[in-house]
Design a binder for this molecule. Structure first.
Ligand code: ATP
Ligand code: MG
Length: 311
């Protein structure tokens, strides 16, 4: 039997792997076409195998859902950027990841270039279940969108006399066992919804832009977190992520040093450098890995993903 593509007998393929064309009595073109075909099949099989392994790993790891809250009361420190690139990176590593936008600005949909019809507000107002409200946005990545409609949901939570801080936890209960990670982006400030998020979350990731004012905001925020922890001991300040790092600026280095006075070395993550590519990516509806995979921003966020997966 002869190969359809190269015309050489199929049994000679074994020889193609180890011998030269003259020893096999076939011409050079057929020999190299056969070798190319074998390489092509090997690469195809390998990529299928690795994606299967990633899925299998993800299944094995799915012993418990990790809930990461990206929060700081101060605005513009890189919360949304971090939530998007952290979840996109986890998804690309094979983890089933749900990104939840709890901000009325609803910027995550724009940053990922999607326009979901349903979102978190519909779940909080009990109109649909959380499974119905999530939108698939990339391979392994789902989004529960935010937006202006969350303002009504916040009022509804604030009106509750009893158990108002548990509304989100109750509505998100069906997610247990369905994802490996839930990453939640929060709005700046402090309101009924942000308290709900903190009562739901387990691991707090705080982006800190390397400026004096952010450090002050961080200390106020830490005090508020301690108050929440009195009622929800499961919430841990796990990661502090320095952002907008510019090594040429003395102030950046000084503030990074000061952070070490307040947090354990294992809590402080490798800084995210200031990067024009990071600020451009949302305009194209892409994560930093899609927009500029070789940029400093992509490399820095990959370091964060490695830390989150490992600890
Ligand atoms: N490392 C970085 N380098 C350059 N620009 C960045 C970086 N990180 C974030 N940005 C840009 O800074 C701006 C603020 O970032 P982002 O929206 O993530 O902050 P935020 O904390 O979510 O803000 P808010 O509190 O308003 O929700 C955005 O335009 C974003 O693209
Ligand atoms: Mg934001």
């Amino acid at each position: 039997m002869r190969c359809l593509y190269t015309g050489i007998p199929v049994y000679q393929y074994v020889g193609v792997l180890v011998q030269c064309p003259r020893a096999l009595h076939i011409n050079e073109t057929a020999y190299w076409s056969a070798r190319l075909l074998l390489w092509h099949l090997a690469v195809k099989w390998l990529s299928k195998y690795t994606s299967k392994m990633a899925r299998l790993n993800s299944l094995l790891r799915r012993t418990g859902l990790r809930k990461i809250v990206v929060a700081l009361t101060k605005g513009g420190v890189g919360k949304t950027t971090t939530a998007v690139n952290l979840s996109a990176g986890l998804a690309a590593s094979g983890f089933h990841t749900l990104l939840i936008d709890t901000d009325t600005q609803g910027q995550i949909s724009t940053a990922l270039g999607v326009q979901p019809e349903k979102g978190l507000a519909d779940v909080l107002s009990d109109e649909i279940s959380v499974e119905e409200a999530v939108t698939s946005v990339r391979q392994n990545l789902w989004l529960l969108a935010g937006g202006v409609s969350l303002a009504g949901a916040k009022r509804m939570i604030a009106r509750k006399d009893f158990g108002g801080e548990q509304v989100l936890s109750q509505q998100l209960e069906p997610l247990e066992g369905k994802f490996d990670f839930v990453v939640i982006d929060t709005a700046p400030g402090w309101d009924s919804l942000s308290i709900n998020v903190l009562f739901y979350g387990q691991e707090l990731l705080t982006p800190v832009s390397l400026e004096v004012l952010t450090l002050q905001g961080l200390l106020d925020f830490s005090n508020r977190i301690s108050e929440v922890q009195e009622y929800h001991a499961g919430l841990k300040q796990k990661y502090v992520l320095p952002t907008f790092m510019d090594r040429r600026v003395k102030k950046s280095n000084e503030i990074l040093e000061q952070l070490k006075n307040y947090f354990e070395p294992n809590q402080i993550c490798h800084p995210i450098r200031y990067s024009v590519k990071i600020s451009e990516a949302p305009g194209y509806g892409q994560s930093i890995y899609e927009y500029a995979p070789r940029s400093n921003g992509a490399l820095d966020y990959k370091q964060l993903i490695r830390k989150v997966v490992a600890t």
